[in-house]
Design a protein around this ligand. Structure first.
Ligand code: GLU
Length: 424
């Protein structure tokens, strides 16, 4: 992250955050103590240390994880992240959040996550392919269309998924497109998956705006992390809802222009130069100015631990839509709620990605593919319904949207666990 303050909080352990969030909701909705304990533990964890042949002929050993958090509601689902700061506790937290996310949008999955400790920007294409294929073969015993279905996450993409699909299929001896989602269309990917996270985020912003006292048309927007999720959300808010993008950032820095910027032009600039920085007509700003910008809508679309007990008070946006996973710490949630900032939590705001992953998996299993209009129509329906479910609980229980989303999700997971019972 650019200019990230390494405060105690910004170094907070995300799995501790994830467990705290479960406790808050279990107290609120009265979950059985035994079920609560189960919900605070990952079901299955795999650590793999594996060698990769580098271009210069040497070998390096990399460490990767796959955590299957809970499968009460169906096969596990969740992305794979390549990042130098990946830790087992981070993967556990992300796997827990996937469990709640799939339950909030009511798709028939549990949650999982994978990660490899690596800076993929320092790998050649060939090294990345060999690392991906070896990691895929190491986790192959526990993935599969009926068990656990990976997808892209931070610094992995449709090419990564194509390699995993091919490696898994080679091991099986036949093509298994349903083993991963977020694949290229030519290998059984779904129309609309590439932009689904940002599109889902734009839909929930549209739904929540009236309750947050905002008109999206003309509203000012700051996007932290102009990557896959953030750039798409920005483009759709601009194209389809008439919002004004005044600030954006990536790992190299941030840009600001009060007159508004065309997100398509920002994207073209980023493609050409490798960063949003230097965008014509914009002033260069730091990460704090992106987060604390005086805007109507803030979209954190980068990494965890961005809005903390230390900076929450300085957030000026009326609506925060979490396209990233885990950008807000529990202490900050309380402050934002007191300040009457509407937060659309990650498990709702970025759930469009996994929702279209579900559509992709369903299409792969049927071998029958849908046109883009159908994918987007079904996505919109899921996002509108999920926002309504969360908003209703938030109103009824006088809690913020994160607690409400968790209440919806945890109740659904707990119900499934109860019906299934404890074996033996
Ligand atoms: N990595 C994405 C997420 O955090 C997508 C997961 C998926 O499609 O399975 O939601």
């Amino acid at each position: 992250m650019p200019h990230q303050e390494m405060t105690t909080e910004s170094a907070a352990n995300p799995f501790e955050t994830a467990k705290q969030q479960v406790d808050i909701v279990a107290d609120l909705i009265g979950i059985d103590p035994g079920v609560r304990e189960v919900l605070k533990h990952p079901k299955r964890e795999l650590t793999v240390n594996f060698p990769v042949r580098m271009d210069d002929g040497t070998y390096r050993v990399f460490t990767g994880y796959r955590v299957q958090y809970n499968m009460a509601r169906g096969p596990c689902k969740g992305g794979i992240r390549y990042h130098p700061n990946v830790t087992l506790d981070e993967v556990r937290a992300l796997a827990a959040w996937m469990t709640w996310k799939c339950a909030v949008v009511n798709i028939p999955y549990g949650g999982a996550k994978g990660g490899v400790i690596v800076d993929p920007k320092k790998l050649s294409h060939g090294e990345n392919e060999r690392l991906t294929r070896r990691y895929a073969s190491e986790i192959a015993p526990i993935i599969g269309p009926e068990m656990d279905i990976p997808a892209p996450d931070v610094y992995t993409d449709s090419q990564t998924m194509a390699w995993i699909m091919d490696t898994y299929s080679a091991v099986k001896g036949y093509s298994v497109p349903g083993v991963v989602t977020g694949k290229p269309i030519s290998l059984g990917g779904s129309e609309g998956r590439g932009e689904a996270t940002g599109r889902g985020c734009a839909y929930v912003i549209r739904e929540a705006a009236p309750h947050a006292g905002i008109k999206v048309k003309g509203a000012t927007v700051s996007v932290q992390g102009f990557g896959n999720a953030g750039s798409v959300a920005a483009k759709l808010l601009y194209d389809e809802q008439g919002a004004k993008i005044v600030a954006a950032s990536d790992t190299k820095g941030g840009i600001w222009n009060a007159a508004g910027m065309n997100p398509h032009a920002i994207e073209a600039h980023k493609q050409k130069t490798g960063s949003v920085v230097g965008f014509p007509g914009a002033k260069q700003v730091g990460n704090d100015e992106i987060l604390e910008a005086k805007v109507d809508i803030l979209v954190p679309a980068a990494l965890e631990n961005q809005i903390t007990g230390r900076n929450a008070d300085k957030i000026q946006a009326k609506l925060v839509a979490e396209a990233a996973n885990g950008p807000t710490l529990p202490a900050a949630d309380t402050i934002l709620y007191q300040k009457k900032v509407t937060v659309l939590p990650d498990v709702l705001a970025n759930a469009g990605g996994v929702t279209v992953s579900y559509f992709e998996w369903a299409q792969d299993i049927q071998g029958f593919f849908w046109p883009l209009e159908e994918v987007n129509k079904r996505l919109e329906h899921v996002m509108v319904q999920s926002y309504a479910d969360v908003h209703k609980v938030a109103q009824e229980r006088h809690v913020h949207n994160r607690t409400a989303a968790y209440a919806v999700a945890i109740q659904r997971v707990a119900d499934a666990m109860k019906m299934r019972g404890i074996y033996p």
